[in-house]
Design a protein around this ligand. Structure first.
Ligand SMILES: [Zn+2]
Length: 346
């Protein structure tokens, strides 16, 4: 029986190859992406030559994602896997093993010089540890030996942050590079190259679409730079839920202060929150944003206590649902800019 199964599998493969070589209208390439933003890029470049699907769905949190058996099934049938890399998808190796996927893989961030993952809160860490008051903590740290948050970030970046509301299992590098339209150009090149290699018959088609897409990304980048001129640089300070916006901040000279990621506790301590509230007041930060993948609870609390207005929702690590206007990468970047400008312009 086993032999027969293998034989028929080979037959199918042989027929598939025959069909691909004989017919221009071959089956679309089955491309699976780890999360929704990559999936949209694959659709843009792959057009009708690909059948694209994502593992982490719209509005899903890729940091704390737990694959389902159906995800293994989807991946098992893939002909190309597209991932972000920079340790964004901590759950992926296990899923790949479950799926038995050994096909080609595109690492979309390959060639990018990543930002160091500092949790975006050096300031906090510094103030926090001017004096040695590690033992004054008024709450239980689960008896972990190292209580120095700054040290946790510098020396133990692989620390498992799971079990918190928004767990951030990341490495020492910031994976959120898609938040820079400039770096998205590298994503586009890598994905296009992966499609061309996996499906050489349609290489020209992919190259043409990639070129067109790259052009549109460039145009949006230019228009954002122009529009942001309406906001004085010293006003470009906002509080967000988690530390996902460093690349965007660097690209457009905006300071994003995250609530999560300021300490080894993904759920910040009362002191962490008090410090952010103090900072928000002293720096007169006007806007604080909810994120589509993170609970709004903390943001609302800080907004209440500082009088900062909730500026709306920023799309950080996932697209919105179809039809929402933020269901594409470009739509999401445009929407984030709209929200920021609306909240910040004088
Ligand atoms: Zn994130």
């Amino acid at each position: 029986m086993k032999m027969r199964g293998m034989y028929s599998g080979r037959m199918v493969l042989a027929l598939g190859l025959l069909a691909a070589s004989l017919s221009v209208q071959a089956e679309p390439l089955r491309v699976v992406s780890s999360f929704s933003i990559l999936n949209d890029m694959v659709k843009e470049i792959g057009g009708d030559k690909v059948m694209a699907s994502t593992i982490v769905p719209a509005n899903g949190d890729a940091h704390s994602f737990e694959p389902r058996p159906s995800d293994a099934k989807t991946l098992a049938k893939a002909q190309l896997l597209v991932v972000n890399g920079l340790e964004f998808e901590s759950w992926l190796p296990r899923l790949q093993q479950a799926a038995g996927y050994k096909g080609p893989q595109v690492v979309a961030t390959e060639g990018i010089t990543p930002l160091a993952f500092e949790g975006g809160a050096d300031d906090h860490a510094d103030h926090d540890h001017d004096h040695d008051h590690d033992h004054d903590h008024d709450h239980d740290h689960d008896h972990e030996p190292a209580h120095d948050h700054a040290q946790d970030h510098e020396h133990a970046p692989e620390k498992d942050h799971s079990g918190h509301e928004h767990s951030h299992q990341h490495g020492s590098q910031d994976p959120h590079a898609w938040q820079s339209l400039d770096l998205a150009q590298i994503y586009v090149r890598n994905i296009s190259k992966g499609l061309e290699q996996a499906d050489p018959v349609n290489a020209q088609y992919y190259q043409g679409r990639a070129k067109d897409y790259a052009q549109r990304i460039q145009e949006l980048d230019d228009s954002i730079k122009t529009r942001l001129q309406a906001v004085p640089v010293d006003k470009r300070k906002v509080i967000t839920s988690h530390d996902a916006f460093s690349y965007m901040g660097k690209a457009y000279n905006i300071r994003f202060i995250p609530l999560v990621g300021v300490s080894s506790q993904a759920e910040p301590s009362a002191r962490d929150i008090a410090q952010i509230i103090q900072q928000a007041r002293s720096e007169q930060i006007q806007a604080i944003f909810v994120e589509n993948t993170v609970s709004a609870k903390l943001v609302e609390q800080v907004a209440r206590e500082t009088g900062a207005k909730v500026g709306g929702t920023l799309y950080s690590d996932a697209l919105g649902v179809p039809g929402s206007g933020v269901d594409t990468y470009l739509g999401m970047m445009r929407s984030n800019t709209d929200q920021l400008i609306k909240a910040l312009q004088p």
